[in-house]
Every structure is written in structure tokens, then in C-alpha cells.
Design a protein. Structure first.
Lengths: 340, 349, 326
């Protein structure tokens, strides 16, 4: 896999509300998506993973506010630019053509009053105004075929399709402009397990064929371990650990990652005991001091309650990059120099 | 196998893609049920309504003249003796207005109360008990909803001669409950499917206890807003009735003033003082009640609240509007220096 | 189709209920006011006309209530609503027939314009919160609290007069003969301007407010976020996605509140002496012309039911989810 970046999130901060009432939902998140990679983003509800995804495309509804950071996008040709600095028109052109999103809850993602065909072709009309109506329809048909839906469903309304079919339509719609990045926010949560795997398998196959990169957001870590290359774990608005999927699965460093891994049955290998994580995710309005996980952490000790742990870079046997923000692994912090 | 106390599977998925932290947690709803008073709109409405209620009580006593006392000043404009002028018989308009406040308020509130009681009985019963009873009660509400209410009230009142204010209130109340019953039925239906109600039923709790202690407290806001809405309708209806000359024997009410103003050519005589004050009195009462209802609506669905600050200044001095689809970017906070992943670009080098 | 049939069945049921109500109301009047009116017109009336009023008002005490009810329906099917006392000796159906077109033109057209205008402004207010349309809301609240007829009084006082283009009352210039010609039509339009404006101003605010609230609610739906994410133009997101969906509850609201609105707007006719059903109802009430009152109530109710059915068909066309195949 090439290490060429396609999307770099740098120190992104997102708040809900303004001034004193602001709730800090995403804090200082830096993350890089490489070309052709599936990057998993995991965490409980309220960890900020969805906020991060919507924040980087500026789709958060009021009172969401991006208070700082950069989102550098590297187009296939031409110079890299900051998505957050785009004009409204620039942003409209960027959306879907460069970064498409498959939303959670396929039920509500489609406009209930328009036909599938209308919703597929209006993207083309907006982004490729020169395209003829005939070729727009042809392209929409082609996309449906790509995701395994027969073309005679073009004239169907969303309520006439099953949940799985709707989500396939959404995936087809996401790929219609051949974007470089596809963000998938809990794309299969509303579906049954068989349908989940079928759709994700299909998506991975399409990725190999078309070569886009994926940010895959879910609370289901088992799906990530199976389908992604690299995994970042979020907690309380921060990234607490990031590593290759296999590495994270075999050898997680952060107690929270371990907790997440312990709460679903092992996919392969011997049966483990399901443990789960005691307590509940923190309230964003009253974030604990220090490491926000310390009240629930089984391994918490002195510094955890007072100081926010630094994101460190432990050595890995295969030389791949991994990071963790935990006082249990402070030594690694000194391995690299601070980057300003 | 130990049971996880909080496995991630158990965590309720965020509501829709855009769970916002501004939703009131359910636990707090109970204590703050009447917090809508704190909204500026509702408070303004309540203060104005309070003034009207005050005049309903003291109005007839503070009125400078008897409402039908004649004088020699016929159709005279406002003066020191008659602050709001006089009618064609020299009656004092201000006194008529003050005297009429009581009738208007009593009929409005009584009709509102009656319609509210009917709507709760019919709506909650239909929604909770369901089945054939629900279907017939819903059909009944829909029939009353679709039949034009005001003409119905007119022909019923006209057919019942000699009826006083009480009869007018009864008739208005009996014909205006349908909308609220419909809303209450829908809400009860959705409440009935909630877990805690199902649980109460499963444990054999008596139906009347569930309705009274589990369902009703959650309907307070809707019942209140329905009551206020019906009072608006009742006040307008009774004034309209008096204006077209039905139920004139209910004593002075603002509609009676308008009836005489219209029939004695107040317009042609340019006697604006004769009909303007009564209309304004109705309009301010209606506005006050509407404001209270907005307060309740915004309390029930926070999305309707005016977003407070909708415009914000960015660091570069631009003003950005909060809007759906384009999250504002403020690059004011300087990123705290942290040790972070070496940029991949550098790693690639 | 099933949906439509259900609606039609419901309206037939409602019509039956309204007619039955109309049958029972006069039977609850104590003292037989109709009888005293009848005795006044004795001798001028044919025995057949007297019979018909006996059936309508249940004056024949020898017949059982079922016989009376049956006769009542039989008479309705012949279009016989009795004789009007105010317009004696014209039958009620004839009197109503001459007033109905005026009301259909004034109230019908104005209500439809008000709905579209209010919905349009509501889309703006809901989509751009904090814009000038939002600033309009307090004023519209005030206006919607004013009884329609009082606003009419004010409009006449302020705008009408001998030197104004707005006549202060009536449906057309006295002396003209109602016909589809170049003298009558302009005069009728000129006379309807001020009443129409009055109805428009007082009824539009309700639509603005309900559409605004629906827009605000719909704007938080996932498919709106998707539409933004697709990079569609602002106009397309606002109209084709948000407004198109927000319109649905507003249309069904339109159907449900027609009964309320029509009641209020009819009274505007009184103030303007406009020759429609509202003014006729007023005259009937003043003269205690019970047959006319009953007839007007029936006609208004049936018209509202038909309007409701049209609104339902519109909803059917707008919402694909109600259009089930088969």
C-alpha cells in the first residue's frame, strides 16, 4: 500500500454552541487517510466520531462550529488545499465529487418524495451540467447495476425498497462521481448481520476495483478488524489509539481499546470471556479532568486524573506507525520530537 | 461468561446522524414542566393575560359609567369625560369595553375548559384503549373537525333563543374539542408504546392509574396548548356571534359594541373610537394567548426555538451565519502544541 | 386508490352526520318559532310549501321521528330546502344558488392564494432563520389574532370612501346587471379587492407560521444533510428536498383547517355587504329565517367537504407513499 496521503486532518476542533456554553465535541484530532486505504474510526456513542466526519465536510447543523484546525485534501491532479478554507461554491463543488458520504440510517437518507432515479441524477446535474439527460440516466443505471440492483428499480420510491437495497442505492450514489474518499458513517447499523457483511464485502470489492479510500465509522469494532487496514479509536472527542488493524486486534495498548475489543466475541481463535467496559461514556458537558477515560479505567493510576496524556509513538516490530495516548505508555513519547 | 455492564452493543445509537446535545434529557422534563414560563414570549403573554383577567374581575367596578347609561354627548370623540368617546345613544365606550371584559373572559375560559375536558376524555380514551372504540371516537373527532365550526355554532345558537352566556359557552365548548382530541390521541398512542407504560401494564397496574399517573403528566404541555388554542377560538366565536346579533342577551361584550358600531354606521360617521378599541382589545388578548402557545410549542420541540445567536464573527472579522449544511469555521483557537503523529508526508519522505 | 376511497367514504359519512345534525337542531327549538312565522305568511303560501317546511322543521307532531327523518331525506334529494322568509316567496335553494358563486369566487380564490403565498413565505422564514421574514412573524401573530370582520371594518374606514378606488361595500356597482360582460366583470373584481385583501392579510399568517415550523423540523432530517453533502445548489436543497417534504403536512393541515377558515372568512362578507353566503347567513340570522340558515349551513358544509376531497387528492399526488399500487 502506498503511503501517499489523500486527506489530512490537522488539529481539528469542533464545538457545539458558542462561548461559555460551548461543548467541545472534537478536540485536537489529527488523522491521515492514505490513498486506497480503509481507515476505521471506532468509539462509543458520543465519542465524537460522527462529529469528526461531519465536521471535516462542514455538514454539522447548528449549533456546530469548527473552531480550529485544517483539513488538507490532496486531489488526484493539482495542489493540495484546505477544505475548511473553501468558499461556499468551492465547497459545493468539492462535496460528493471528491468526498462522498454513506450515511447511517438508510431509512432517512433518501428523500421520500422523489424517485431513486431523480436522486441519482440530480448529483450529476449539479456537478456535470454539460452531461445530457440521457447519459445521466445511463450513468445512474450503471451505478445501480454496480451495487447489484436491477435497473427496473430506477423508478421506485425509497419506501418501495428494503433497508438493504436503500443502503446499496446510497453506496451507488456515493460512487457516482468517482470520488477519491468515501466516508461511511455506521453504514450498516440498521441492517441485519448477514446483510451487513454482504454489503461491506461488496464495498471492499468495489474499492479494490475503483481505488477510492474509505473512512469507516462504526461502534462495531469487530467489523473494523475484519474490513479495515488501520483503526483509530476515539474517546471523549480525542483519538486515544491508532494502529494497523491486525496490530490493534492482537496487541492493543490503551485500556479503552482493550475494553472495546473485550466486548464482542472473537472472530477467530480461541473463545474469550466477554467483559465489556464498566460505567458509561462521559458527558461532553462535564468531561473528566486529565485522561477522560480515567474514571472507567481499570488501570488508572496517579497522573491519569490530573494530566492529559500525550499521544506517543511506541515501537512496532514491523516498523508501521502506531500511536497511543495513555500514561501506561509514556516512554514512547520521547522517541519522537514534538511537532509544532 | 460475565454479562457486560455496558457493552457497546447496548449503547443506544445516536439519534439520527445528527444527535445534538441540546435535547432535554427525559429525566429533567418532569421537574421543568412549567419552565416554558421562562421564555420571553410566554412571559409576555402571561403578563398581558393577567391584565385582562384583572379587568375581568374589577372592570365593572372601575368603569366610569354604566355601560348602557345614555348621555347628551352623541357620537362624540374621546374627551376628558369620555376617554374613548360615546355611541349613538351617548353611551360611554370605555365603560362598555370594561364591562364586556368579564363576559368575554368568562365565556372564553369556560368554553376552553369544557372543550379541553372533552378532548382529554375522548382523545386519551381513544388513544389508550384503541380498537373499535378508538375508530369510532376518531371518526367522531374528524367529523367535528371537518364540519365548519362557526356556521354550526351560529345555527345552533340561533335555534336556541333566550340563551345566556352559559349557553354560548356550552355550545362553543361542545363544538371545538375535535382538534385537541386528535392531537392528544396521537400522543397517547405513541406514549402507550413506550417501555415504562408497557412495563406498568405487564405488572398489572390498573388502567385508570396508568392513564392518570403515567400518561397524563406527559400530556400536560399538549393539554395546556390545546386549552389556550381553544380559548382563542372561543373568544373569537363569541364576539363574532355578538357581532352578527346572536346571543345579544349575554350582556355587554366587545362583539356587542361592534354590532352597534356596524349597524349605526360608525364607519360612515368616521367614529373610529367606537370600533377600534374593541378590535384592539380582541387582538391583544389573542396575541397574548398565541405567545403563550409559542412558548409551550418551543418548550415541547426545542428545534423551533429561535437559535439565539445566528450570526457569529470569525477571527478574520467576517460575520458568518449559522445555517444548515455549511458549518461555520472559526479559526480563533490556536492549537495546543501536542506531540502527534508525524505527518505522513514526512513519513513518506 | 384505496386511500382515496377511504376518504370519500369518510366524507360521505361526514355529510350524513351534518345533514342529520341539521335535521335534529330545529327539533330542539322550544316554542316553535317557525310556526309563528308560518302563521304570519299564512294565505300567501301554497299548501305544498307549507308541507315542505313542516317536514324540515318537524312541525308534524303526528309523524314518528323515523318517518320525519325519511321524509326529510326524500325532500333533500329533490333539492327542496323550503321557502325563505326573507326573500319570500323564493325557495331557499334559489336564494343560495344566487349567493354561492360570489362566495366561491371570493373565499375560494383568496383562500387558495393565501395558502400559496403563506407557504412560500414560510419556506423563506424556515430556511433562513433570522432573516427579514422571521422579523415579520410578530406582526403576523397580531394580525391572525384579529377577527377577520374587524380588520374589514378597519380596511373600509382607512381605505374605502367616495374618492378611493375601493368601494365600501356591495358586490358590484348598483344598476349593473350581473352578466359576463365588460361592464360587470371589472366592477365585480373592483368590489372584491378589499374583502379579498382583508381575508388574505388575516389568514396568510397561519400558513407562514406552520410552514416555517415544518421547514425547521424538516431541515434536521438526514436527507437534507445528504442533499447538502451531494453538493446540490442551495435552491435545489431548499425547494426540492426541504420544502417539498415540509409541504405535505401543510397540505393535510390545509384540509383540516378549511372548516375554521371558511367560517371566519364568510363574516368578512357581512362587513362589506358582499352578496355571498356569509352576508346571506347574517341576513337570515337577523330575520330569524330558519329555513335559509339551515340551507346555508348545509351548503357550506358540503362545499368544505368537496374542498377537503380536492386537498386530499392533491396530497395523494404529492406523497408517493400514499400511492400504493393496486
Amino acid at each position: 500500500m502506498s503511503a501517499e496521503p489523500v486527506l489530512e486532518i490537522k488539529n481539528l476542533n469542533v464545538d457545539y454552541g458558542l462561548g461559555d456554553q460551548a461543548v467541545r465535541a472534537v478536540r485536537d484530532v489529527s488523522l491521515t487517510l492514505h490513498r486506497g486505504e480503509v481507515l476505521g474510526l471506532a468509539g462509543e456513542s458520543g465519542s465524537g466520531k460522527s462529529t469528526l466526519a461531519y465536521g471535516l465536510t462542514r455538514l454539522l447543523p447548528p449549533p456546530g462550529v469548527i473552531t480550529g484546525g485544517e483539513v488538507i485534501y490532496h486531489p488526484e491532479k493539482g495542489d493540495a488545499y484546505d477544505v475548511l478554507g473553501l468558499s461556499d461554491k468551492g465547497l459545493r463543488d468539492f462535496r460528493w465529487a471528491e468526498t462522498a458520504i454513506v450515511f447511517q440510517g438508510a431509512m432517512n437518507s433518501l428523500n421520500p418524495v422523489h424517485k431513486i432515479s431523480t436522486q441519482l441524477t440530480d448529483v450529476l446535474a449539479a456537478h456535470e451540467p454539460k452531461m445530457s439527460a440521457h447519459s445521466r440516466t445511463a450513468r445512474a443505471r450503471e451505478m445501480l447495476k454496480l451495487v447489484g440492483i436491477s435497473a427496473d428499480r430506477m423508478d421506485a420510491y425509497p419506501h418501495q425498497l428494503s433497508g438493504g437495497m436503500r443502503q446499496r442505492v446510497m453506496i451507488g450514489m456515493a460512487l457516482i462521481l468517482q470520488p477519491q474518499v468515501v466516508i461511511m458513517d455506521e453504514p450498516t447499523t440498521a441492517l441485519d448481520v448477514v446483510m451487513q457483511r454482504q454489503i461491506l464485502g461488496q464495498l471492499i470489492e468495489l474499492r479494490e476495483r475503483l481505488g477510492f479510500s474509505v473512512i469507516f465509522i462504526t461502534h462495531d469494532l469487530s467489523l473494523l478488524v475484519e474490513f479495515s487496514n488501520r483503526i483509530a479509536i476515539m474517546y471523549g472527542g480525542r483519538i486515544v489509539e491508532e494502529a494497523q488493524a491486525a496490530t490493534l486486534y492482537k496487541d492493543s495498548l490503551h485500556p479503552y481499546s482493550a475494553g472495546l475489543l473485550g466486548s464482542f466475541p472473537a472472530l477467530r481463535g480461541p473463545r474469550r470471556e466477554l467483559t465489556g467496559i464498566p460505567g458509561s461514556p462521559p458527558d461532553l458537558k462535564g468531561m473528566p479532568s486529565g485522561c477522560s477515560f480515567h474514571p472507567r479505567c481499570p488501570k488508572a493510576f496517579d497522573p491519569c486524573a490530573d494530566t492529559i496524556p500525550i499521544l506517543g509513538h511506541p515501537e512496532t516490530p514491523d516498523g508501521s506507525v502506531r500511536t497511543v495516548a495513555c500514561w501506561l505508555h509514556p516512554a514512547s513519547a520521547s522517541l519522537k520530537e514534538p511537532v509544532s | 461468561m460475565t454479562i457486560p455492564t455496558s457493552s457497546i452493543e447496548q449503547v443506544i445509537p445516536e439519534q439520527g446522524a445528527m444527535a445534538q446535545p441540546d435535547a432535554t434529557p427525559p429525566g429533567k422534563a418532569k421537574r421543568s414542566r412549567f419552565r416554558f414560563v421562562s421564555s420571553g414570549k410566554a412571559l409576555t403573554g402571561i403578563v398581558i393575560l393577567g391584565i385582562y383577567i384583572l379587568f375581568a374581575i374589577i372592570g365593572p367596578w372601575v368603569a366610569p359609567y354604566a355601560p348602557d347609561a345614555r348621555s347628551k354627548d352623541l357620537v362624540s370623540p374621546p374627551s376628558g369625560a369620555h376617554w374613548l368617546g360615546t355611541t349613538h345613544l351617548g353611551q360611554d365606550v370605555l365603560s362598555q369595553l370594561l364591562d364586556g371584559t368579564r363576559t368575554v373572559m368568562v365565556v372564553g375560559l369556560a368554553a376552553g375548559a369544557m372543550a379541553t375536558i372533552l378532548s382529554v376524555l375522548i382523545g386519551v380514551t381513544a388513544g389508550y384503549l384503541g380498537g373499535g372504540l378508538d375508530e369510532s371516537l376518531s371518526a367522531l373527532s374528524n367529523v367535528f373537525l371537518v364540519i365548519p365550526a362557526l356556521p354550526l355554532v351560529i345555527i345552533v345558537t340561533a335555534a336556541a333563543p333566550g340563551g345566556g352566556a352559559v349557553l354560548v359557552a356550552l355550545i362553543i365548548g361542545a363544538t371545538s374539542w375535535a382538534w385537541n382530541a386528535r392531537v392528544l390521541r396521537a400522543q397517547t398512542l405513541s406514549l402507550r408504546r413506550r417501555d415504562y407504560i408497557e412495563a406498568a401494564r405487564a405488572t398489572g397496574e390498573k388502567t385508570w392509574r396508568i392513564i392518570l399517573f403515567e400518561i397524563m403528566p406527559n400530556l400536560t404541555a399538549i393539554i395546556a396548548s390545546g386549552f389556550v388554542g381553544t380559548v382563542i377560538f372561543a373568544v373569537t366565536s363569541e364576539i363574532t356571534l355578538a357581532f352578527i346579533g346572536i346571543g345579544a342577551d349575554t350582556g355587554w361584550n366587545w362583539g356587542t359594541i361592534l354590532f352597534w358600531a356596524q349597524s349605526q354606521q360608525a364607519l360612515a360617521q368616521g367614529a373610529w373610537w367606537w370600533f377600534v378599541p374593541a378590535g384592539l382589545a380582541i387582538a391583544f388578548l389573542g396575541t397574548a394567548l398565541s405567545l403563550i402557545n409559542f412558548g409551550i410549542d418551543e418548550f415541547v420541540s426545542p428545534r423551533l426555538r429561535s437559535a439565539g445567536k445566528t450570526k457569529i464573527k470569525t477571527a478574520s472579522g467576517h460575520t458568518v451565519r449559522m445555517r444548515v449544511g455549511f458549518t461555520p469555521v472559526l479559526k480563533s483557537t490556536t492549537a495546543t502544541p501536542v506531540l502527534r503523529n508525524t505527518s505522513s508526508k514526512e513519513a513518506a519522505k | 386508490m384505496k386511500y382515496l376511497l377511504q376518504r370519500i367514504a369518510f366524507y360521505l359519512f361526514t355529510a350524513w352526520a351534518a345533514i342529520t345534525l341539521n335535521f335534529f337542531i330545529p327539533r330542539m327549538i322550544p316554542g316553535d318559532p317557525v310556526k309563528s312565522l308560518l302563521s304570519r305568511f299564512q294565505g300567501q303560501m301554497s299548501s305544498q310549501a307549507i308541507d315542505s317546511l313542516y317536514v324540515l322543521f318537524g312541525l308534524d307532531k303526528n309523524a314518528s321521528i323515523w318517518e320525519q327523518y325519511f321524509d326529510y331525506w326524500k325532500q333533500l334529494f329533490h333539492g327542496d330546502l323550503g321557502l325563505s322568509f326573507t326573500a319570500f316567496p323564493s325557495p331557499v335553494s334559489e336564494v343560495i344558488g344566487s349567493a354561492l358563486p360570489w362566495t366561491l369566487a371570493l373565499v375560494g380564490i383568496t383562500t387558495v392564494i393565501s395558502f400559496f403565498l403563506g407557504t412560500g413565505l414560510g419556506v423563506l422564514a424556515g430556511w433562513r432563520r433570522g432573516s427579514w421574514v422571521d422579523g415579520l412573524l410578530p406582526a403576523t401573530t397580531f394580525l391572525s389574532s384579529v377577527p377577520y370582520f374587524w380588520l374589514g371594518l378597519l380596511a373600509i374606514f382607512l381605505l374605502a370612501g367616495p374618492n378611493s378606488i375601493f368601494p365600501s361595500g356591495g358586490g358590484y356597482t348598483p344598476g349593473l346587471i350581473p352578466a359576463w360582460d365588460q361592464y360587470f366583470i371589472p366592477s365585480a373584481i373592483q368590489h372584491s379587492l378589499l374583502p379579498a385583501l382583508t381575508i388574505l392579510i388575516s389568514s396568510v399568517s397561519g400558513w407562514i407560521l406552520s410552514m416555517r415550523n415544518m421547514m425547521v423540523t424538516v431541515a434536521a432530517e438526514d436527507y437534507i444533510t445528504v442533499a447538502h453533502a451531494k453538493g446540490l445548489s442551495e435552491k435545489r436543497v431548499a425547494l426540492s428536498y426541504a420544502a417539498r417534504n415540509a409541504l405535505l403536512p401543510n397540505v393535510s393541515g390545509f384540509a383540516l383547517s378549511l372548516g375554521f377558515i371558511v367560517g371566519g372568512t364568510l363574516l368578512v362578507e357581512i362587513v362589506f355587504s358582499y352578496p355571498g353566503l356569509g352576508f346571506l347567513l347574517f341576513r337570515a340570522v337577523t330575520a330569524k329565517d330558519y329555513p335559509l340558515m339551515q340551507g346555508i349551513f348545509l351548503v357550506i358544509t358540503i362545499s368544505v367537504l368537496v374542498a377537503n376531497l380536492i386537498a386530499d387528492i392533491a396530497y395523494l399526488l404529492l406523497d408517493p407513499r400514499t400511492r400504493k399500487e393496486g
